[in-house]
Design a protein around this ligand. Structure first.
Ligand code: 13P
Length: 300
C-alpha cells in the first residue's frame, strides 16, 4: 500500500478520474482534501452530476448508498465502511410497514438517513434541506414520516401538514445539552444560535434559526452578526470557519457523531489505490429505491 501524501492523492485522483465528496461533519483533515464539502443533498446531487468515473464518499453509510443509487455508472468508494447511522438503523422495513398500515393511503416521506429498504417503500425521501418542500409536494394531505421524530415535528410545525411520525432520533442531536446552549447564549448575548432540526424542540425554542447545515451557511453569509453558536455536529464549526474566516463560531450542545469521524486521509488514499471498499447494491433494491431518491434530488 502506498503512503498518503497530498501530491500522491492528486495523482491518484487524476488517474482514477475520481472526486472526493465530504459531509460538513467530517474531520477537518478530510474536509481539507475534499473536492466538495456539502450537506446531504449537495453530496447526492454532486455524486449524480459530476463528470467522473469514481466518487469517494466521506460520510456515513446511507450517504454512500444513496450516491451509489444515483450514480450507477460510477464506482462509489466508502473509506469508512463501518460508519453506520443509528437513526437510519432504528427504522427497519417492517416497522415502517406497520406505521404505513396504520395510515393506509397516505404518502410516505423518509429522511435520507434511512435504509434503502425504507426508501424503496416510500413516495420520496428528503434531507433536512428540503424536508418541508418534499412534504409540501406530497400527493396526500397527511403524510407518514420517519425515522426522525424531531425533524418530523419541525416539518409538521413549519408546513401545517399532519405527519404520522416514526419514533426515532439521532442520538447525538437528540441528546443535545440544552443547559450548555443556555449557558453559551447568556455568555454571548450578541451571538446568533443556529440549531439543526434533529435537535429537540427545547433547542429550537432557544435558537434564532432551525436549519440544516447547508442553510446554516446561507444564514451566516447573509447575517451581519460576527459570532455564531452552532447547535449541530461539531465538525460544522470547521466548515464555517474555513468559509468565513472573519467570523467566530463555537460548537454548543456537545453534539458529536463518532461515525462521522471514522474516515482518514490514509483510508481515502488506499480506497483510491485499491478501488475498494466499493458500495455494491443489489440492482433490484437500487431500482426500487430510485424513484424516492430521485424525488429528493428533484424537489427544493
Ligand atoms: P444535512 O446534511 O441535511 O444538514 O443533515 C445532516 C445530518 O444531520 C445527517 O445526519
Amino acid at each position: 500500500m502506498g503512503t498518503f501524501s497530498r501530491s500522491g492523492l492528486e495523482r491518484l485522483k487524476a488517474r482514477r478520474r475520481a472526486v472526493i465528496l465530504a459531509h460538513s461533519y467530517q474531520p477537518p483533515e478530510i474536509q481539507d482534501i475534499a473536492d466538495l464539502v456539502g450537506d446531504s443533498l449537495e453530496l447526492s446531487r454532486a455524486a449524480a452530476s459530476l463528470d467522473c468515473d469514481a466518487v469517494v464518499l466521506c460520510g456515513v453509510r446511507f450517504m454512500a448508498e444513496t450516491a451509489a443509487v444515483l450514480a450507477p455508472g460510477k464506482a462509489v468508494l466508502n473509506p469508512a465502511p463501518g460508519a453506520g447511522c443509528p437513526l437510519a438503523d432504528s427504522m427497519d422495513a417492517s416497522s415502517l410497514r406497520r406505521l404505513q398500515e396504520e395510515h393506509p393511503g397516505d404518502a410516505t416521506v423518509v429522511y435520507v438517513n434511512s435504509s434503502l429498504e425504507a426508501k424503496a417503500a416510500s413516495w420520496a425521501c428528503c434531507t433536512s434541506a428540503n424536508a418541508c418542500a418534499v412534504v409540501s409536494a406530497a400527493p396526500t394531505r397527511e403524510v407518514v414520516f420517519g425515522p426522525d421524530r424531531n425533524l418530523g415535528a419541525f416539518v409538521a410545525r413549519s408546513t401545517g401538514r399532519t405527519l404520522w411520525v416514526f419514533d426515532g432520533s439521532c442520538p447525538p442531536h437528540d441528546g443535545a445539552d440544552i443547559a450548555d446552549m443556555e449557558r453559551m447564549r447568556r455568555a454571548w448575548p450578541d451571538a446568533r444560535l443556529l440549531v439543526h432540526p434533529e435537535t429537540p424542540p427545547a433547542a429550537w425554542d432557544l435558537a434564532d434559526a432551525v436549519l440544516g447545515t447547508g442553510a446554516m451557511i446561507a444564514y451566516v453569509k447573509s447575517s451581519g452578526a460576527r459570532r455564531f453558536l452552532i447547535g449541530t455536529e461539531a465538525g460544522m464549526v470547521h466548515r464555517l470557519s474555513v468559509l468565513f474566516p472573519g467570523r467566530e463560531f463555537s460548537a454548543v450542545g456537545r453534539i458529536g457523531c463518532p461515525n462521522m469521524k471514522k474516515a482518514s486521509p490514509e483510508a481515502v488514499f488506499s480506497c483510491l489505490e485499491d478501488m475498494e471498499p466499493r458500495v455494491r447494491i443489489d440492482p433490484s433494491l437500487a431500482e426500487a429505491a430510485r424513484a424516492a431518491i430521485g424525488r429528493m434530488t428533484a424537489i427544493g
